[in-house]
Design a binder for this molecule. Structure first.
Ligand code: C2O
Ligand code: CU
Length: 465
């Protein structure tokens, strides 16, 4: 995968030194107990400290927005205030939430208009690494900076706050002068290809931040891919990172990966455990040269430390594969793909329709939200989705309101133990089966988390009644 950073890499010498503290920015808590999260325009230096500021859209004036922390099972109340020039909503990605609080504009709520507000009030049932982001015109709003981390703490785990680091990773597209490029937002050519890829990586809004860690002490690193479309390629074995959770769900143990690269798709998360002996960096390894996007200075003398207690796994209902309902999902469209037989709003697209409607991808031949759901299930059924990617592109498919297990994957030897996930990657030509119990009533979105693909047709929904 091409990492087009050549232009920037030479001048990217300004490192930001941050102490080993979480990226917590205190949200404002109102009298009624709601955290106030205000979306609006703000300025931020993305390129380097002495460089120019970009015009972003952010939550509470910074990208990422304030890190929200709650305890497992705790009630979370957020008042979202919209000071953007367009309607918006907030989605709590990966939280198995009550449907009315899922934040999907046009499905679970009306988009909040400019000047309006909305009270989100929900229980966070699972401990783990989650995130929140705009869910109206997300391809535009997330690319401009509307996202933040949502961390649900586990009562059993033993990481103190300064050993529990959140790394929200984003790829921005910067112009030659180092400010956010916006002219290409909505470019249909990119929507039909791999989505809008940036050329500049930041962690918690900073280019190549450096953290100070203490030798031999156990740290948890929570990596969140907030990119619109980029699949990050990592190798935790290069720096001794062990995997303890995927997409927020704790494995209950620390696992060493036996393959490389590890792919972290848009919206996916991974928690790593590391007890560093030496300085190290986390690198993106897809380019001809690797790119260290976060570096860690390790100081002090190693002392004998107790093994940290990892979070206990969350209670998620196990699919009953023998009594499952099977649902087929055929993914088509895109550049170098089949554009025959794509229907949008009841009409078969042809000729100039693709450009005019901006629809170029389809699930089961339908672009973007059919009247009827992909499937309708009763509460507590097991559903196996048989997904076939008949496009020429990699995709990152997200199920709202549920976590699932990937139970089959064509062409991959890889036995990853079928961990719970909320977003899965599927390569060109690949078949993947996922299974989950429909234990959460409501209308749930199902879409590619490459946000341009979602906007250009790869979005549908299902219903649990
Ligand atoms: Cu993280 Cu429908 O999205
Ligand atoms: Cu996609």
């Amino acid at each position: 995968m091409l990492w087009t950073r050549r232009h920037f890499i030479k001048s990217a010498s300004a490192l930001t030194l941050t102490p080993a503290l979480p990226s917590f920015v205190g949200p404002v808590i109102a009298r009624d107990g709601f955290l106030e999260i205000t979306a609006g325009p703000s300025k931020q230096k993305l390129f380097r400290e002495d460089g120019p500021s970009s015009d972003l859209w952010t939550y509470n004036g910074n990208a990422p927005g304030p890190e929200i922390r709650a305890k497992r099972g705790e009630r979370v109340r957020v008042r979202f205030i919209n000071n953007l020039e367009e309607p918006s909503s907030i989605h709590w990605h990966g939280i198995r939430i009550a449907n009315a609080m899922d934040g999907v504009a046009g499905l679970t709520q009306e988009a909040v208009p400019t000047g309006g507000s909305f009270g989100y009030d929900f229980i966070a049932p699972d401990a783990g690494t989650y995130w929140y982001h705009a869910h109206n015109r997300s391809w535009n709003q997330v690319a401009r900076g509307l996202y933040g981390a949502l961390i649900v703490e586990d009562e059993n785990s033993s990481f103190d706050p300064d050993h529990d680091l959140t790394l929200v990773i984003d790829d921005w597209r910067l112009t030659d002068d180092g400010t956010l490029e916006t002219a290409s937002l909505g470019n249909l050519m990119e929507w039909a290809h791999g989505g809008r890829l940036g050329n500049w990586l930041t962690v918690n809004g900073q280019p190549s931040p450096e953290h100070m860690l203490r030798k031999g002490e156990p740290y948890r690193l929570r990596l969140i891919n907030a990119c619109n479309a980029r699949v990050l390629e990592l190798d935790p074995n290069r720096f001794g990172g062990l995997i303890t959770a995927y997409d927020g769900q704790s494995l209950g143990r620390a696992e060493q990966l036996n393959y490389s690269p590890f792919l972290l798709g848009p919206a996916q998360r991974v928690d790593l455990l590391i007890a560093p002996d030496d300085d190290f960096a986390i690198e993106e390894i897809s380019g001809d040269q690797t790119y260290a996007f976060a570096t860690f200075k390790v100081t002090g003398k190693a002392t004998e430390r107790p093994r940290p207690r990892l979070p206990t796994p969350n209670a998620i209902p196990e699919p009953d594969l023998a009594n499952a309902r099977r649902v087929a999902l055929d993914m088509t469209g895109g550049a170098m793909g089949n554009l025959q037989n794509i229907t949008f709003q009841g009409k078969k697209l042809e000729g100039d329709d693709f450009r005019r409607t901006g629809q170029v991808w389809a699930f089961n031949g339908v672009a973007n939200m059919a009247e009827t759901p992909l499937f309708s299930a009763a509460k507590d059924e097991t559903v196996i989705l048989e997904v076939e990617n008949n496009t020429s592109w990699l995709h990152a498919i997200h199920v709202h309101g549920h976590h699932f297990r990937v139970i089959a994957r064509s062409g991959a030897e890889l036995d990853d133990g079928q961990p719970w996930r909320d977003t899965f990657l599927i390569g060109a030509g690949q078949k993947v089966e996922i299974a989950f119990v429909t234990d959460n009533k409501g209308k749930w979105l199902f879409h590619c988390h490459m946000l341009e693909h979602a906007a250009a047709g790869m979005t549908t929904w299902f219903e649990v009644t």
